[in-house]
Design a protein around this ligand. Structure first.
Ligand code: GDP
Ligand code: MG
Length: 160
Protein backbone atom coordinates (compact mmCIF):
# COMPACT_ATOMS: atom_id res chain seq x y z
CA UNK A 1 0.00 0.00 0.00
CA UNK A 2 1.47 3.30 -1.08
CA UNK A 3 0.73 6.29 1.15
CA UNK A 4 -2.04 8.46 -0.22
CA UNK A 5 -1.03 12.07 -0.68
CA UNK A 6 -3.43 14.37 1.15
CA UNK A 7 -3.22 18.07 0.43
CA UNK A 8 -1.97 20.02 3.43
CA UNK A 9 -1.65 16.95 5.62
CA UNK A 10 0.63 14.00 6.36
CA UNK A 11 0.46 10.87 4.25
CA UNK A 12 -2.32 8.51 5.18
CA UNK A 13 -1.55 5.08 6.60
CA UNK A 14 -3.47 1.84 6.85
CA UNK A 15 -3.46 -0.57 9.76
CA UNK A 16 -4.81 -4.06 10.35
CA UNK A 17 -7.13 -4.30 13.36
CA UNK A 18 -8.67 -7.61 14.41
CA UNK A 19 -11.21 -8.31 17.11
CA UNK A 20 -10.24 -11.74 18.42
CA UNK A 21 -12.77 -14.48 19.32
CA UNK A 22 -13.01 -13.29 22.94
CA UNK A 23 -13.95 -9.78 21.80
CA UNK A 24 -16.61 -11.16 19.47
CA UNK A 25 -18.12 -13.49 22.09
CA UNK A 26 -18.13 -10.68 24.65
CA UNK A 27 -20.10 -8.37 22.39
CA UNK A 28 -17.41 -5.71 22.00
CA UNK A 29 -17.47 -5.38 18.21
CA UNK A 30 -19.58 -2.23 18.03
CA UNK A 31 -17.72 -0.52 20.88
CA UNK A 32 -14.37 -1.11 19.21
CA UNK A 33 -15.52 0.03 15.77
CA UNK A 34 -17.08 3.10 17.35
CA UNK A 35 -13.75 4.26 18.79
CA UNK A 36 -11.97 4.22 15.42
CA UNK A 37 -14.95 5.66 13.58
CA UNK A 38 -15.53 8.48 16.07
CA UNK A 39 -11.85 9.45 15.96
CA UNK A 40 -12.24 10.23 12.27
CA UNK A 41 -10.57 7.18 10.74
CA UNK A 42 -11.88 5.55 7.58
CA UNK A 43 -12.95 1.92 7.42
CA UNK A 44 -11.71 0.45 4.15
CA UNK A 45 -12.11 -3.28 4.82
CA UNK A 46 -14.10 -5.48 7.19
CA UNK A 47 -15.09 -9.13 7.35
CA UNK A 48 -16.06 -11.84 9.83
CA UNK A 49 -14.35 -15.20 9.53
CA UNK A 50 -13.15 -18.18 11.52
CA UNK A 51 -9.44 -18.20 10.67
CA UNK A 52 -7.79 -21.49 9.77
CA UNK A 53 -4.87 -22.62 11.93
CA UNK A 54 -2.65 -21.96 8.93
CA UNK A 55 -3.80 -18.33 8.70
CA UNK A 56 -3.61 -17.82 12.47
CA UNK A 57 -0.12 -19.34 12.51
CA UNK A 58 1.07 -17.08 9.71
CA UNK A 59 -0.40 -14.04 11.40
CA UNK A 60 1.56 -14.76 14.58
CA UNK A 61 4.66 -16.18 12.82
CA UNK A 62 6.93 -13.75 14.70
CA UNK A 63 6.05 -15.60 17.93
CA UNK A 64 6.70 -19.11 16.62
CA UNK A 65 8.78 -21.08 19.14
CA UNK A 66 7.52 -19.16 22.17
CA UNK A 67 5.67 -21.18 24.82
CA UNK A 68 2.37 -19.36 24.27
CA UNK A 69 2.44 -19.73 20.46
CA UNK A 70 0.46 -22.99 20.09
CA UNK A 71 -2.25 -21.82 22.48
CA UNK A 72 -2.39 -18.45 20.75
CA UNK A 73 -2.85 -20.01 17.32
CA UNK A 74 -5.47 -22.46 18.63
CA UNK A 75 -7.33 -19.66 20.35
CA UNK A 76 -7.38 -17.36 17.32
CA UNK A 77 -8.73 -20.15 15.11
CA UNK A 78 -11.28 -21.28 17.72
CA UNK A 79 -13.99 -18.82 16.72
CA UNK A 80 -15.04 -15.85 14.65
CA UNK A 81 -12.84 -12.78 14.39
CA UNK A 82 -13.63 -9.40 12.88
CA UNK A 83 -10.79 -8.38 10.56
CA UNK A 84 -10.59 -4.74 9.58
CA UNK A 85 -8.44 -2.24 7.76
CA UNK A 86 -8.58 1.34 9.01
CA UNK A 87 -7.02 4.31 7.26
CA UNK A 88 -5.92 7.74 8.40
CA UNK A 89 -3.12 9.91 9.69
CA UNK A 90 -0.91 7.97 12.13
CA UNK A 91 -3.58 5.28 12.44
CA UNK A 92 -1.00 2.57 13.21
CA UNK A 93 0.31 4.35 16.32
CA UNK A 94 -3.10 5.63 17.38
CA UNK A 95 -4.59 2.16 16.96
CA UNK A 96 -1.98 0.75 19.33
CA UNK A 97 -2.73 3.55 21.79
CA UNK A 98 -6.46 2.76 21.62
CA UNK A 99 -5.70 -0.93 22.21
CA UNK A 100 -3.37 -0.50 25.19
CA UNK A 101 -0.58 -2.69 26.53
CA UNK A 102 -0.32 -6.41 25.68
CA UNK A 103 -1.18 -7.33 29.27
CA UNK A 104 -4.66 -5.95 29.97
CA UNK A 105 -3.90 -5.57 33.68
CA UNK A 106 -1.11 -3.17 32.69
CA UNK A 107 -3.30 -1.27 30.20
CA UNK A 108 -4.56 2.16 31.18
CA UNK A 109 -8.28 2.66 31.78
CA UNK A 110 -9.77 4.14 28.62
CA UNK A 111 -7.89 1.73 26.39
CA UNK A 112 -9.73 -1.27 24.94
CA UNK A 113 -7.68 -3.84 26.82
CA UNK A 114 -7.61 -1.66 29.93
CA UNK A 115 -11.38 -1.33 29.92
CA UNK A 116 -12.32 -4.90 29.04
CA UNK A 117 -9.53 -7.43 29.65
CA UNK A 118 -7.71 -9.24 32.44
CA UNK A 119 -5.53 -12.08 31.07
CA UNK A 120 -2.89 -11.60 28.34
CA UNK A 121 -4.22 -14.60 26.41
CA UNK A 122 -7.67 -13.01 26.31
CA UNK A 123 -6.77 -9.45 25.36
CA UNK A 124 -9.62 -8.95 22.87
CA UNK A 125 -7.95 -7.23 19.96
CA UNK A 126 -4.93 -7.13 17.67
CA UNK A 127 -3.42 -4.09 15.96
CA UNK A 128 -0.41 -3.77 13.67
CA UNK A 129 2.66 -2.35 15.41
CA UNK A 130 4.55 -0.81 12.45
CA UNK A 131 4.19 0.22 8.81
CA UNK A 132 5.94 -2.99 7.82
CA UNK A 133 3.71 -5.30 9.88
CA UNK A 134 0.60 -3.40 8.75
CA UNK A 135 1.46 -3.98 5.10
CA UNK A 136 2.17 -7.67 5.68
CA UNK A 137 -0.95 -8.25 7.78
CA UNK A 138 -3.28 -6.43 5.38
CA UNK A 139 -1.88 -8.53 2.51
CA UNK A 140 -2.29 -11.72 4.56
CA UNK A 141 -5.92 -11.11 5.54
CA UNK A 142 -7.38 -9.16 2.62
CA UNK A 143 -7.39 -9.37 -1.16
CA UNK A 144 -6.91 -5.95 -2.81
CA UNK A 145 -10.50 -6.09 -4.16
CA UNK A 146 -11.82 -6.40 -0.58
CA UNK A 147 -10.49 -2.93 0.27
CA UNK A 148 -12.77 -0.05 -0.71
CA UNK A 149 -11.33 2.97 -2.44
CA UNK A 150 -13.44 5.97 -1.54
CA UNK A 151 -13.26 9.35 0.11
CA UNK A 152 -15.11 10.12 3.33
CA UNK A 153 -17.30 13.18 3.04
CA UNK A 154 -16.13 14.14 6.55
CA UNK A 155 -12.48 14.31 5.48
CA UNK A 156 -12.34 18.10 5.30
CA UNK A 157 -13.91 18.31 8.76
CA UNK A 158 -11.30 15.99 10.28
CA UNK A 159 -8.12 17.17 8.53
CA UNK A 160 -7.08 20.82 8.16
P1 GDP B 1 0.46 -7.41 20.99
O1 GDP B 1 1.16 -6.90 19.78
O2 GDP B 1 0.23 -6.36 22.05
O3 GDP B 1 -0.83 -8.14 20.67
O4 GDP B 1 1.42 -8.48 21.71
P2 GDP B 1 2.52 -9.49 21.14
O5 GDP B 1 2.75 -9.28 19.68
O6 GDP B 1 3.69 -9.44 22.03
O7 GDP B 1 1.81 -10.91 21.35
C1 GDP B 1 0.79 -11.34 20.48
C2 GDP B 1 -0.32 -11.93 21.32
O8 GDP B 1 0.17 -13.10 21.96
C3 GDP B 1 -0.82 -11.05 22.45
O9 GDP B 1 -1.80 -10.14 22.04
C4 GDP B 1 -1.35 -12.06 23.43
O10 GDP B 1 -2.67 -12.46 23.07
C5 GDP B 1 -0.42 -13.24 23.23
N1 GDP B 1 0.66 -13.24 24.22
C6 GDP B 1 1.76 -12.46 24.26
N2 GDP B 1 2.54 -12.74 25.30
C7 GDP B 1 1.89 -13.76 25.97
C8 GDP B 1 2.18 -14.49 27.15
O11 GDP B 1 3.19 -14.28 27.82
N3 GDP B 1 1.28 -15.45 27.51
C9 GDP B 1 0.15 -15.70 26.78
N4 GDP B 1 -0.69 -16.66 27.19
N5 GDP B 1 -0.15 -15.03 25.68
C10 GDP B 1 0.71 -14.06 25.26
MG1 MG C 1 2.22 -7.86 18.31
Amino acid sequence: FAPIALAGSSPQERTFIMIKPDGVHRGLVADIIKRFEAKGYKLVGIKVLVPSKDLAGKHYAEHEGKPFYPGLVNFLSSGAVVAMVWEGKEVIKTGRTFIGATNPLASAPGTIRGDYGIDVGRNIIHGSDSVDSAQKEIALWFKPAELAEYELISKKWVYE
